[in-house]
Design a protein around this ligand. Structure first.
Ligand SMILES: Cc1cc2nc3c(=O)[nH]c(=O)nc-3n(C[C@H](O)[C@H](O)[C@H](O)COP(=O)(O)OP(=O)(O)OC[C@H]3O[C@@H](n4cnc5c(N)ncnc54)[C@H](O)[C@@H]3O)c2cc1C
Length: 568
């Protein structure tokens, strides 16, 4: 075939970029919240996450989704899910960088560093971060069974990923998942019918036999799960390993893998338990707060993950529009495209700031939790040792606010970033069209671990706690007087918090709280041009479609700050 034309004006792949070095908003935020942080590890991860090798693994892991093998060829049940080697390579990399467990054995700053790393890795591939997040999040809950924590804790934090499906004792590292959702109810877990009957006691504590099902059971090749089941005292939290201590398989039948919109490299299963062995974690009948000690941290990761994906989508949009010309100039130089990109940049930086602020609260409240040992949590959200009252209140408040708002904005964000690439944005091109994959991935963080309404209702619950108003006043005080729109919005939000809202208005409050908190964070960590534009577009006006920044906004400065290029 003769060439019919020369290919021109198509952008180059966005690869070979150190994602940490080019992320100025993240680095500025870290300078404020973790001033002494040694960023060597983040720099190394940034290079790996932006390199062609990991990007190729991500493409292959999606092109070859997991396959369930219920039986071996002789007809014996095996319930194993086979992943493409690229999935294992990605998971191995995430564990090597300590995204699953290292903060628990580190001093102050460990959770903040891990949060930044989690966001950077998300830009490489989010699907493996499902088991990574659950493994990270399980520690505060597992502490309530000291024997299990002592036995499993070191391998849960090991960075030597072991992909083999073997009993716990034979592995170098293990991962964990969670099983709450059943067919008849996910948000309302009190409707769970799966039940657990006492079956004696051993070195891991009180043992039960669990019968029933879970409708969603992600990453089923994890080595163990925290599950909810009904006991004589009510819903209880149980530790259920895939293999039993005697080396036999536990009675967990993997029925089917979900055919999902996105997140396809990761397996989400439907399972049935046929008198599966499990050990009690925490008090019988206190299963919901117990497992929410885990859920509260996976909610943090939902916010971090969505913020990471936003940054990735923004970088792709900026990279493309810098190179693509239309009507005589680069797209990035077209005034209306500048408005869209600048607005996306504001949203991305605000999401990064809010997610990291929550990680700071986690870090400050968890620091020292290890010495406290088991059973310190009266409620999942108050897990661990709260050695800083202000941060404890902020952690409780920010968890539903950040998960609600960042995850809600992210799908809308991905659609607009995709549009910056025109038709190419919509095309998957055998997995090379990353933007389409991001778009399909986005909604999951909003749905799982408590969908939007559940987060808004949880916010109302958080507001019932003591000291919320003074904590918020303290958080917003340094920004008072910096912008008239901020002062007005802060006054309204504080008044609403003081007087309360009807449940039907809870989303409005969640949004308004997110916006004033984001503005206060940007005031602290970003140049004035960012803070002013955020106040003008989100506090003086209601956030709407992207690209509505008002006249007078320094669009070029906003775009320049967000560009995924290393400073000269
Ligand atoms: C890809 C994926 C992976 C998942 N992995 C896991 C897993 O590993 N383990 C696990 O346990 N679960 C998992 N889930 C399940 C997920 O956590 C649930 O789907 C989610 O909690 C919602 O529960 P549901 O599907 O039963 O919906 P429902 O509870 O029926 O909720 C449906 C809608 O109603 C709303 N709603 C519910 N109650 C109220 C109320 N009182 N007021 C107003 N609105 C309300 C919700 O916000 C939601 O929008 C996964 C889900 C997905 C999509």
């Amino acid at each position: 075939m003769q060439a019919t034309h020369e290919v021109t004006n198509q952008s180059t792949p966005f690869t070979g970029v150190n994602l940490f070095r080019v992320n100025r908003p993240m680095r500025d935020a870290l300078r404020v919240y973790a001033p002494g942080l040694d960023t060597t590890a983040l720099d190394a991860l940034g290079a790996e996450a932006g390199a062609a090798a990991l990007q190729a693994h991500a493409r292959r892991a999606h092109a070859h989704p997991p396959v369930l093998h219920t039986h071996d060829r002789h007809g014996r049940r095996i319930d194993e899910v086979e992943f493409h080697p690229s999935y294992h390579a990605l998971l191995g990399s995430a564990l090597r960088h300590g995204l699953h467990g290292t903060p628990w054995s580190r001093g102050p700053g460990g959770h903040i560093e891990r949060a930044a790393a989690f966001m950077l890795f998300t830009e490489a591939e989010p699907s493996v971060l499902c088991p990574v997040s659950m493994t990270y999040a399980v520690t505060p809950a597992l502490r309530a069974n000291p024997a299990l924590q002592a036995a499993w804790g070191p391998k849960l934090a090991s960075t030597a990923y072991d992909e083999r499906f073997l009993p716990f004792g034979q592995k170098t590292a293990v991962t964990m998942g969670m099983g709450m959702t059943e067919k008849q109810g996910g948000s309302d877990v009190r409707s769970n019918t799966t039940h657990a009957a006492p079956d004696g006691e051993d070195g891991w504590g009180r043992r039960y036999r669990v019968t029933g099902h879970k409708w969603f059971f992600s990453a089923p090749m994890c080595d163990a799960f925290l599950v909810l089941a009904q006991t004589a005292s009510g819903l209880s939290c149980l530790f259920m390993p895939r293999w039993l201590p005697d080396g036999s398989r536990n009675a967990i039948a993997v029925q089917r893998l979900k055919h999902k919109l996105g997140n396809q490299a990761n397996a989400s299963a439907e399972v049935e338990f046929q008198r599966a062995a499990a050990w009690l974690v925490g008090e019988e009948g206190r299963g919901i707060p117990q497992i929410l000690a885990m859920g509260a941290l996976t909610r943090l990761d939902c916010a971090l993950g969505s913020a990471g994906l936003m940054r990735q989508a923004l970088s792709l949009a900026l990279h493309h529009t810098t190179q693509r010309h239309a009507f005589g100039r680069p797209l990035i130089a077209q005034p209306l495209m500048q408005n869209v990109l600048a607005d996306l940049a504001l949203e991305s930086e605000a999401a990064t700031a809010l997610a990291l602020r929550l990680a700071v609260a986690v870090d400050r409240t968890e620091h020292g939790a290890g010495e406290q040992g088991a059973g310190t949590m009266s409620d999942g959200h108050e897990a661990g040792k709260m050695n800083d009252g202000h941060e404890a209140v902020m952690r409780r408040l920010l968890t539903p606010v950040a998960k609600f708002w960042i995850c809600k904005r992210s799908s809308h964000f991905a659609q607009e970033a995709m549009e910056c690439l025109g038709g190419n944005g919509y095309v998957e091109a055998a997995g090379e069209g990353v933007m389409a994959r991001i778009y399909r991935e986005m909604p999951v963080n909003s749905i799982w671990e408590g969908a939007g309404n559940i987060m808004a209702i949880d916010l109302l619950r958080a507001l019932r706690g003591a000291d919320v108003l003074p904590a918020l006043e303290r958080e917003l005080a340094p920004t008072r007087g910096a912008h008239p729109a901020f002062d007005r919005a802060a006054a309204v939000v504080l008044d609403t918090v003081d007087h309360g809202v009807h449940e039907a208005q809870a989303r409005i409050l969640a949004r308004d709280l997110a916006l004033v908190l984001q503005a206060a964070l940007l005031h602290r960590q970003a140049p004035a041009v960012v803070f002013d534009a955020f106040c003008a577009s989100r506090l003086a006006a209601t956030p709407d479609v992207f690209g509505l920044l008002p006249a007078g906004t320094d669009l070029e400065a906003l775009v320049e700050r967000a560009l995924p290029v290393e400073a000269a």
